[in-house]
Write a protein that binds this ligand. Structure first.
Ligand code: PEP
Length: 251
């Protein structure tokens, strides 16, 4: 039985004041005991958010880490070991905004995934196709390739301590959501690809759906057999909306 995870990606949003307000709102949410919750603030706000959620159930993660796991001469980057030292538990790797706007290749994503795990962080590997790729019938091939790059370099067992997030690029921040059936098809393919290498890894790994998840569509998406929660962008910036999504994951 997989425990659902609802993760809020706050992207490059917020000031210290607005983030303090959001964190306070988050603490007031009733979260079902069987659901894990994490938020991913801007790095600058991580310490404040950790203080704000301390004693509660919400975990804090980072949106990115350096390819090198250890601290060193790499101006502007933050090492996974430093994130761990600061109190982060997870880190996003391969978010489509970084893949497309910052040209992060599969190879870089694999290195970040490995760096995260070597530091004891849980990597949340984001995969997903563009609209053009979906329209060309390439969805499963694209997602399969992104997943294969990690399996081939690091082995399937790394997914015992990782999360996968399927995020169709065309659904991120657009208000368009994959239908539960469309999402389920891709989630099942991801699980089958992992199962081809290890049935028990595939069975245990949590696969989140991301792309315009909100309180109004969460229950339907989370009701699909291979959807184990959500990676939520815009809607996670509203504590009540995010709380409602977390509660939908508990049903
Ligand atoms: C995201 O950025 O990971 C995301 C899913 O964003 P949104 O929920 O706003 O589509």
């Amino acid at each position: 039985m997989r425990r659902p995870l609802v993760a809020g990606n706050w992207k490059m949003h917020g000031t210290r004041a607005s983030v303090a307000e959001l964190t306070k709102g988050l603490r007031q949410q009733a979260v079902p005991a069987g659901v894990d919750v994490a938020v991913f603030p801007v790095l600058l706000h991580v310490a404040d958010v950790l203080d704000g959620v301390s004693g509660g159930v919400v975990m804090v993660g980072a949106q990115n880490c350096a390819v090198e796991p250890e601290q060193g001469a790499l101006t502007g980057e933050v090492a996974a070991t430093q994130l761990r030292d600061a109190g982060c538990k997870l880190v996003l790797v391969g978010h489509s905004e970084r893949r497309s706007l910052l040209q992060e290749s599969d190879e870089v994503v694999v290195r970040k995934f490995a760096a995260a795990q070597s530091a004891g962080l849980i990597p949340v590997l984001c995969v997903g196709e563009t609209l053009a790729q979906r329209e060309a019938g390439e969805t499963l091939a694209v997602v399969g390739r992104q997943l294969a790059s990690v399996i081939e370099s690091l082995g399937v067992d790394v997914f015992r301590q990782a999360v996968v997030a399927y995020e169709p690029v065309w659904a991120i921040g657009t208000g368009l959501t994959a239908s539960p059936e469309q999402a389920q098809q891709v989630h099942a393919a991801i699980r089958a690809q992992l199962a081809a290498a290890s049935a028990d890894v595939a069975d245990g790994v949590r696969i989140l759906y991301g792309g315009s998840v909100k309180a109004a569509n969460a229950a339907e998406l989370f009701g699909m057999p291979d959807i184990d929660g959500g990676l939520v962008g815009g809607a996670s910036l509203n504590a009540d909306e995010f709380g409602a999504i977390c509660r939908a994951a508990g049903n």
